[in-house]
Design a protein around this ligand. Structure first.
Ligand SMILES: NC(=O)c1ccc[n+]([C@@H]2O[C@H](COP(=O)([O-])OP(=O)(O)OC[C@H]3O[C@@H](n4cnc5c(N)ncnc54)[C@H](OP(=O)(O)O)[C@@H]3O)[C@@H](O)[C@H]2O)c1
Length: 258
């Protein structure tokens, strides 16, 4: 059984990184349960295609070109959202990326760029939307972090550090903004088959291999992350803030049986 089509009826959601992968799935799945969606990322043409998919679900959509690293662009996107829809009920901070590199080889500018997108972007959007939600006296923020932010990851140390930052930002804001009725949580995926990771897993054999590392024996689908976001964003999760929900196919453990 799926969610009720009224789960997020007429709520206004901003989804960052909505042009592909998990962000696209979140945008379409929240529309299936009634939310109107503002889609943000750097590629407007790709966003327009996702906006059409949202409209096909009977909801309104606004595609906004926005680089989450740029405060002025974030402010503009949030102002445009309020002008168009009058309010913001849900912010999903999903935009993010990773570069696989041994730390000793990672150039400083790649570190800075990953921090700017994965962590500063969450700060900028949360601050701009948080100010709106404080005036509204309520709202929800869901940050898409990663299992790497809990356990670390060989070859992805910088990425894991940014995601750990998101986890603690989530905890802190959950406590800080509870008095404003703003609930802040995170959803932390394990490996999920998206355009982004397919740049790394280039063959079916590599995808199968990634699945073998997961206790449930497969990688996830983007919709499986979106459904956790819907739960956290729904009224059924109104006694929950500052928390992280892991959707990972099972926690990785250090030892192997085989
Ligand atoms: N897939 C996984 O296995 C996995 C596992 C754990 C966590 N995650 C997290 O889930 C989120 C989505 O991952 P994904 O696999 O769906 O990635 P993806 O396929 O690479 O998509 C990334 C999205 O982020 C957007 N983006 C990147 N940089 C941006 C920027 N500076 N400003 C605005 N938008 C930006 C991209 O849009 P544009 O290119 O149009 O800007 C794109 O829509 C990320 O935060 C990732 O860390 C993914």
């Amino acid at each position: 059984m799926g969610f009720s089509p009224d789960t997020l009826r007429d709520r206004v959601a901003i989804v960052t990184g909505a042009s592909q992968g998990i962000g696209r799935a979140i945008a379409v799945e929240v529309a299936k349960v009634g939310a109107h969606v503002v889609l943000c990322s750097r590629r407007l043409s790709a966003l327009e295609a996702v906006a059409e998919a949202v409209r096909a679900e009977g909801c309104r959509a606004l595609a906004v070109e926005c680089d989450v690293r740029e405060a002025a662009q974030v402010e503009r996107a949030v102002a445009q959202s309020v002008e168009t829809f009058g309010r913001i009920d849900l912010l999903v901070n999903n935009a993010g990326y990773r570069i696989r590199s041994r730390l000793e080889d990672l150039p400083r500018h790649e570190w800075d760029a990953m921090v700017a997108t994965n962590l500063t972007g969450v700060f900028l959007f949360s601050q701009a939307v948080g100010r709106v939600m404080i005036r509204q006296r309520g709202g929800k923020i869901v940050n898409v972090s990663s299992v790497a932010g809990r356990s670390g990851s060989r070859g992805l140390a910088a990425y894991a550090a940014t995601k750990a930052g998101v986890t603690v930002l989530t905890q802190s804001l959950g406590a800080e903004w509870a008095k404003h009725g703003i609930l802040v949580n995170a959803v932390a995926p394990g490996p999920v088959e998206t355009e982004g990771v397919l740049e790394v897993w280039k063959t079916p054999a590599m995808i199968a291999n990634a699945g073998r590392e997961v206790p449930l024996g497969r990688v996830g689908r983007p919709e499986e992350i979106a459904w956790a976001v819907i739960f956290v964003a729904s009224d059924q999760a109104n006694f929950m803030t500052g928390e992280t929900v892991y959707v990972s196919g099972g926690p990785r453990v250090a030892n192997r049986e085989d």
